[in-house]
Design a protein around this ligand. Structure first.
Ligand code: SF4
Length: 222
């Protein structure tokens, strides 16, 4: 556990990546418009290095207030699902493609929105540094913005491509539903969507040891 910042859930081993200086750098970043309106920046947390890395689209209201990723209801669902699969949050790395909350002001209220292309591009080097430091065997892309940021035109829609395997810089990537999307479903549709989410995360865990003789291909699908 990193002793310098007990407010965050970090378990790091010695490597070239200095988490605290990285955090300071993100905290002072104004590379995009979102830097002017954040309460806190939100970098990843968990285990570093880790076989599994989860990447969501960006901090929401609660994450912005607490400065930690996936701490709202969607985060609770993710944590709950990981527990069902025998994993703790602290055994994986959880982060987002952007480090500041993206929102629109609607009737004096802040309403979350997906990050814009220019915001993703401005923030992407931070994500790449986290990926390099975490060195995952599998990246789980949570939702459409995260999947398309990593996979570009290879990714079509989350409905079409969830649960399939892709390649990002020789790391296996599996797009899955965003837990916030799962939570928006009602009744039987919720049960069905949650089952899909659960089985996709199981597939991601199985993928850690997936043998990929075709791994030199730019993209592979089951
Ligand atoms: S979202 Fe990323 S690029 Fe934009 S200000 Fe925040 S840290 Fe900087």
């Amino acid at each position: 556990m990193n002793g310098q910042n007990p407010g965050f859930l970090f378990e790091t081993k010695e490597n070239d990546f200095n988490l605290m200086s990285y955090k300071k750098e993100v905290d002072t970043c104004k590379n995009c418009f979102l830097g002017n309106y954040r309460t806190n920046t939100v970098i990843g947390e968990g285990k570093m290095p880790s076989d599994l890395m989860f990447i969501g689209e960006g901090p929401g209201d609660q994450e912005d207030r607490e400065g930690r990723p996936f701490v709202g209801r969607a985060g609770e669902l993710l944590t709950h699902t990981l527990t069902q699969l025998g994993l703790k949050r602290t055994e994986v790395w959880i982060t987002n493609i952007i480090k500041c909350r993206a929102f629109d002001q609607v009737d004096h209220k802040k309403v979350n929105r997906p990050p814009r292309t220019e915001e993703i591009q401005a923030c992407f080097s931070f994500l790449e540094r986290e990926i390099t430091a975490v060195n995952p065997r599998v990246i789980v892309a949570l939702g459409s913005p995260s999947s398309s940021s990593l996979l570009g035109k290879n990714f079509k829609t989350i409905t079409q491509d969830r649960g399939k395997w892709f390649n990002f810089k020789n790391i296996k990537v599996i797009p899955v539903f965003h837990p916030a999307y799962v939570l928006r479903q009602k009744g039987r549709l919720y049960d069905k969507t949650f089952e899909t989410f659960l089985s996709d995360l199981q597939e991601a865990i199985n993928g850690i040891n997936l043998k990929t003789d075709t791994w030199n291909l730019p993209l592979f699908k089951k």
